[in-house]
Design a protein around this ligand. Structure first.
Ligand code: NDP
Ligand code: X2W
Length: 344
């Protein structure tokens, strides 16, 4: 079986990462790749790493061409997929949105954070949140998958075992997360210039970031009740990678956290629970779809401390999107995703 795929927004960092991964997937044939600014230009002219692997040129987004695909990925700014997805889904195309248009169930919350009205509420209600480790059966059946954000993937996976088993005070969760600059996308912006981001380190969005409601929604589903979460993102001077440091006050400090995490993720191909005492490094997942997690219980307190690392462009975006495609089309979940991280 060959699945035909299209990508809307192929020149951004998540789009090109998707191209790299699809080029190595044995059962997906890329048929359409769009960019308005680069229409007509061969993909390999912009991204020479794909020379000899992707023999296509960028084209203008065109519903007719995209409707001939089995699946279409949107790697576009927020607000684009919700305009184009309904026509494709009506034509029987399955859609995976790497942006945030379909991630939040409460559309008034979505509008507050994303600053626009939602143009297709019925589809938003139908969309399935694409975090396989929390609900892969619904993803298998989905016509429309909302691929999680990069921070939400690391933070939710890190907290899930604690919340599902009711082990922590869910009123006071803390997620302190650091991202490389590729998380801000390829559009030139002052704060990601080398001279601004290099040799520099700072928090941002400390009073509120748009990933807060997305993370909270997933954690509340895991806990079964409302949770209190403080989420503080930071920009660190590297290109790829997210490191999340998560804190939760244990209700029973004698619990064996290592055993809880090992059991919860034992059958997950893309979550690696490290041995006791480990400190995961972002480079241990660079270019791979793996999340590596270590759990600690620091001396002198009752805090559960979880360290989680991922590549924001792979498990945090394009890799997870391909994992979702595999589920949606009944393929082995790991197909095309078993590349080993690049280190150093
Ligand atoms: N960077 C990251 O780590 C992560 C990003 N994401 C999300 O993935 C999405 C893409 O991110 P990223 O790759 O960084 O994005 P970029 O902003 O770097 O790229 C955007 C792409 O979308 C295309 N595009 C822009 N506007 C439109 C439009 N109106 N219609 C059709 N195509 C359009 C652009 O091409 P052109 O303008 O030439 O058409 C370009 O190819 C975003 O929603 C982002 O929030 C999710 C997880 C992680
Ligand atoms: C470092 C950095 O700037 N990261 C981005 C988040 C990454 C992202 O693109 O998230 P969405 O998919 O939800 O848009 C930010 O904080 O805005």
């Amino acid at each position: 079986m060959t699945i035909t795929a299209g990508i809307v927004g192929g020149t951004g960092y998540t789009g090109v990462e998707l191209l790299r991964l699809l080029a190595g997937h044995p059962q997906v044939a890329l048929q359409v790749i769009t960019s308005r600014a680069q229409a007509g230009v061969p993909v390999s002219t912009i991204y020479p790493n794909l020379r000899g692997h992707i023999d296509l040129a960028f084209s203008e987004p065109d519903t007719e061409a995209l409707a001939a695909c089995d699946v279409v990925f949107f790697a576009t700014p927020n607000g684009t997929a919700m305009e184009m997805a309904p026509a494709l889904i009506d034509r029987g195309v399955r859609v995976i949105d790497l942006g945030a248009d379909f991630r939040i169930r409460d559309l008034s919350v979505w509008s507050d954070w994303y600053g626009m009205a939602h143009s297709c509420p019925a589809l938003a209600a139908e969309a399935v949140y694409g975090l396989p480790e929390q609900g892969r059966d619904a993803i298998r059946r989905a016509r429309l998958v909302a691929n999680p954000g990069c921070y939400p993937t690391a933070v939710q996976l890190g907290f899930l075992p604690l919340l599902e088993a009711g082990l922590v005070d869910t009123g006071q969760l803390v997620a302190d997360a650091k991202s490389g600059a590729s998380g801000a996308g390829r559009q030139p912006r002052q704060h990601t210039l080398l001279c601004e981001a290099g040799e520099n380190f700072h928090a941002y969005g400390a009073s509120g970031h748009r990933h807060l409601p997305e993370i909270r929604q997933g954690l509340e589903a895991a806990a079964g009740h409302p949770v209190g979460l403080t989420f503080v993102p930071h920009l660190i001077p590297m290109i790829r990678g997210i490191h999340a440091t998560l804190y939760g006050r244990l209700l029973d400090p004698s619990v064996d956290l290592q055993a809880v995490y090992a059991a919860r993720f034992a059958d997950e191909p893309f979550v690696d629970v490290l041995p006791p005492g480990s400190h995961p490094e972002t480079r241990s997942v660079r270019g791979s779809n793996m999340v590596r997690i270590a759990v600690h219980r620091p001396e002198g307190g009752d805090m559960a401390l979880v360290l989680a690392v991922e590549d924001n462009l792979v498990k945090g975006a394009a890799g997870q999107a391909l994992q979702n495609l595999n589920l949606m089309f009944g393929l082995p979940e790991t197909l095309g995703l078993q590349g080993i991280a690049v280190l150093p």
